[in-house]
Unconditional design. Structure first.
Length: 205
C-alpha cells in the first residue's frame, strides 16, 4: 500500500509535465500591422528580386531573407532575380524596451520615456539593440519588427509598404521574424486600411 501511494504523486507529476509540454508546442505571436498598397491585384508576372541594403550584405542576414522568401511565396510571389516585376526591400529590427507599466515607480514607460518608436509604428531599416535598465523596474519587453517595401521594377514607384511589430517578455529569434513577415503580408495585395492586430502561431520544435 505504501509503495502504491509513493507512485501516485509521481504519476500525477508525469501527467502534468506531459500536458504542459503539449501546451507549449505552439505560441501565438501578435503583430501590430500597418500596410499601404496601390495594387489592385497580384502583379503579373508575380516575380520579385530582393534588393539588399549595404548593412544586409552579410551571411547573418541570409536566414532573415530566407524567411521573407517563404512568406512572399505564401502570398503568390516567386523570386526571379533575372526578370523581376517587383523590387523588394526588407527591414528588421531587434530592440529591448521598457514595459508599459502604469504601476511602475518610473512611470508608464519606465525611466527613459516612450523611446524612439513613437505612436505611429516603426518604419526604420537595419538592426539595433539597446537598453540599460534600473534594478526594480518591470522586466523589459523584447521588441521585434519587420518591414517590406515593394517597388515596381520598371518605374521604381512604391506599390506596397507594410510593417509588423511584436512585443513580449519572451522571444525566439530568428523564427519570430518569419511569423512577422507573414503578419505583415496579411491581406496582400489589398490589405485592410489602418493599423490592425494579426495573430499567428509560432510552432515550437
Amino acid at each position: 500500500m505504501t509503495t502504491q501511494r509513493r507512485w501516485i504523486p509521481l504519476l500525477v507529476l508525469g501527467l502534468a509535465t506531459a500536458l504542459l509540454a503539449g501546451c507549449s508546442t505552439t505560441r501565438v505571436v501578435e503583430g501590430q500591422v500597418q500596410s499601404f498598397s496601390t495594387l489592385a491585384a497580384v502583379p503579373a508576372p508575380a516575380t520579385y528580386r530582393i534588393e539588399r541594403l549595404p548593412s544586409q550584405q552579410t551571411p547573418s542576414f541570409d536566414a532573415i531573407a530566407a524567411l521573407a522568401e517563404q512568406s512572399l511565396a505564401r502570398v503568390g510571389l516567386q523570386r526571379d532575380d533575372a526578370a523581376p516585376r517587383l523590387q523588394v526591400q526588407l527591414g528588421v529590427q531587434a530592440d529591448t524596451v521598457p514595459r508599459n507599466d502604469p504601476f511602475s515607480p518610473y512611470g508608464p514607460y519606465g525611466a527613459y520615456g516612450p523611446g524612439p518608436w513613437g505612436v505611429g509604428g516603426w518604419y526604420g531599416r537595419g538592426w539595433g539593440v539597446h537598453g540599460m535598465w534600473r534594478f526594480g523596474e518591470p522586466t523589459p519587453l523584447h521588441r521585434r519588427a519587420v518591414s517590406i517595401v515593394m517597388r515596381d521594377a520598371n518605374t521604381q514607384a512604391v506599390v506596397y509598404e507594410t510593417s509588423a511589430v511584436h512585443e513580449d517578455v519572451w522571444v525566439s529569434d530568428p523564427a519570430v521574424y518569419g511569423v512577422l513577415f507573414d503578419a505583415a503580408l496579411d491581406g496582400f495585395p489589398k490589405p485592410p486600411q489602418g493599423p490592425r492586430q494579426v495573430r499567428l502561431p509560432l510552432a515550437q520544435k
